[in-house]
Design a protein around this ligand. Sequence first.
Ligand code: C5P
Length: 201
Amino acid sequence: MAFTVAIDGPAASGKGTISKRVAAHFGLGHLDTGLLYRAVGRRMLDGEEPVSAARALVPGDLEVEGLRTAAVGEAASRVGALPEVRAALLDFQRAFARRSGGAVLDGRDIGTVICPEAEAKLFVTASAEVRAERRFRELVAAGADTRFEAVLEDIRARDERDMGRSDAPLRPADDAVTIDTSRLDVEAAVAAAIAAVDAAR
Ligand code: C5P
């Protein structure tokens, strides 16, 4: 039977790192579903209509360079508010979740909409300030010229859009285990996640 782990949470909560480490620890496949929305957002920035871009998406689109930029993240959050875009991306995510050998999917609505039957559900979060601080450090380390306040504003705007949309808003599933990483380092957060998944096996 396919074992599915659903990991949701806001931008820069640490869910990406945790998902990769959980997948490696248990030998499961991993899908960062944010990349699907980013790929559609990228195509929209290139002038394509987002719904047809979502319908035409192929796995190779997830490997395109430049999907991790702030501009593409912003575009992803806009196309993610469109119900028809979300519907077009549903089957791909569900098929991945059912792969033999099991899978970890991380995103915003995995435990609530995509895989409500997932064996393990985690909601990874942290305060907006802590998340902005992490994102700011990453950007500075990458040589970007930015201010902390601007990064915090972006994080808050993205939270508002992701939690406020009517279709599949970001929220923990009723049976999700919440891990607040505000005061945890990476190793402690990964250990908490692995323990929660172990408890569900
Ligand atoms: O996680 P990431 O920052 O890559 O996601 C980019 C945007 O894609 C999010 O802000 C969100 O609006 C959207 N998204 C979504 N549902 C998912 C994953 C991402 O709506 N499952």
